[in-house]
Design a protein around this ligand. Structure first.
Ligand SMILES: NC(=O)c1ccc[n+]([C@@H]2O[C@H](COP(=O)([O-])OP(=O)(O)OC[C@H]3O[C@@H](n4cnc5c(N)ncnc54)[C@H](O)[C@@H]3O)[C@@H](O)[C@H]2O)c1
Length: 387
């Protein structure tokens, strides 16, 4: 019988076979050993593709302490990583309270570098009075970058390279990775049809744009809610309907949030949502929909499959929630396509190498991926695509 760890290892090897950019980096950095003597504290979704990157970092000399995000950790991958000597905290069943403890456990390893997701590690580090060894790090998401730039502005005394600001990641992963995988997760979770169905997408950043464009390409009727007039104009020019939040809630059958902000759909608006509507989120945190209020307002809730819960409201109306409001493509699907993650994770590895080698020369606080790293990864990906 195959053990959990063996199953995880098989899936990691399979993903790696489609990740040529990371494979090439592994060979280069094994010789170079840029992370020798360094511990990297990591918070990132734990699945086969991120495990491939962990293998590259370890081969490049790093010791790793790792945790995932609530709802997306894959237990067979955790088992396999543990067998290869990576310290991993967390499991599939983790909720937000467990996540906080896991983050503190990762930081207890006194890492020199942080690879963060949603600013979880940096925020906990800042709130702690313990001395630390961190010289710099990276941040994967827009949500984390927003927190670094707003709530933690001026408080971070080491450089943090924001991977999601890379034009490469925006094009390849957010738009062409998240878009189709959110649509695929919707199809497999609900078994419903997309053509002709009325979808509202909240937010027309690269993630919302990808979801809306792929839905539109499959002949859905797509409405966009976007407060920024420039992005709203772009959506209109892409041939999509524009609406206010209230009109979109009232007139659509599927409501998908991708704003990167809390409370895009708030409690006082639940009354507008039509009977049978389906709610889903693609943004980093489930806070985009006020889920506590949804649970409070419901008379009962029934789970119809692993990723679908139906709430019956006091007026008899039924509202379904997919994947508990966690990122639909990760929590109810396979996550972003392997090739898009090859690119994003290569940006991570090269940015961490830069921090390991030259943190003191970089300004403190959030900053973009340097253009030379973007170009290097773009060239490697182009080469891989043309093979
Ligand atoms: N699911 C995934 O695999 C995945 C991958 C990458 C990023 N993300 C997450 O997706 C989210 C969006 O990322 P992005 O890069 O597109 O962000 P972005 O900031 O570029 O775009 C978000 C858009 O939402 C709009 N917005 C803000 N509040 C709104 C509201 N209340 N209603 C409607 N629109 C609103 C903003 O004006 C902006 O145009 C982030 O949380 C990011 O971390 C998810």
């Amino acid at each position: 019988m195959t053990t959990n760890a063996e199953q995880g290892a098989k899936r990691i090897r399979w993903a790696e076979s489609y990740m040529p950019v990371l494979r090439a980096l592994r060979a280069e950095l094994t010789a170079e050993q840029p992370f020798a003597g360094k511990t990297i504290g990591i918070c990132l979704h734990i699945e086969p593709k991120t495990a491939v990157m962990c293998g590259v970092l370890r081969a490049a000399g790093a010791a790793l302490a790792l945790t995932g995000s609530p709802g997306t950790t894959q237990d067979d991958v955790v088992a396999s990583l543990r067998e290869t000597g990576t310290v991993v905290y967390g499991s599939r069943s983790d909720r937000v309270a467990d996540h906080d403890g896991n983050i503190r456990s990762v930081l207890s390893h006194r890492p020199h570098l942080l690879l963060d997701n949603g600013a979880s590690l940096v925020q906990t580090l800042l709130n702690s009075s313990e001395p630390h060894n961190v010289t710099g790090g990276t941040e994967e998401t827009t949500t984390g970058a927003n927190l670094l730039r707003e709530e933690m502005k001026g408080k971070i005394h080491f450089p943090v390279i924001v991977i999601n600001d890379s034009p490469l990641k925006v094009i390849m992963e957010n738009e062409h990775g998240v878009g189709p995988t959110v649509v695929a997760a919707f199809l497999s979770t609900t078994n419903l049809m997309v053509p002709g169905r009325r979808f509202a997408v909240f937010g027309y950043g690269s993630v919302g744009r990808g979801i809306a464009r792929y839905l539109h390409a499959l002949h859905a009727r797509v409405t966009v809610v976007e407060p920024d007039p420039i992005r709203a104009l772009e959506a209109a020019l892409d041939g999509l309907q524009m609406a206010s939040c209230d009109a979109a809630l009232a007139n659509n059958q599927v409501l998908i949030t991708a704003t990167g902000r809390a409370n895009a759909i708030t409690a006082e608006r639940f009354g507008l949502i039509s009977d049978g509507a389906i709610l889903a989120n693609a943004g980093h945190y489930s806070w985009e929909i006020d889920l506590t209020a949804l649970r409070d307002a419901a008379q009962r809730s029934d789970r119809v499959n692993a990723s679908t819960e139906v709430f019956t409201m006091r007026d008899g109306k039924r509202i379904s929630l997919l994947a508990g409001g966690e990122m639909l493509n990760l929590a109810a699907g396979g996550g972003n396509p392997v090739e898009t993650m090859d690119l994003g994770l290569a940006l991570q590895v090269l940015s961490l190498r830069l921090i390991a080698q030259r943190a003191r020369e970089l300004p403190p606080g959030p900053q973009p991926v340097p253009m030379e790293i973007n170009r290097q990864v773009a060239r490697a990906m182009l080469e891989a695509l043309s093979r």
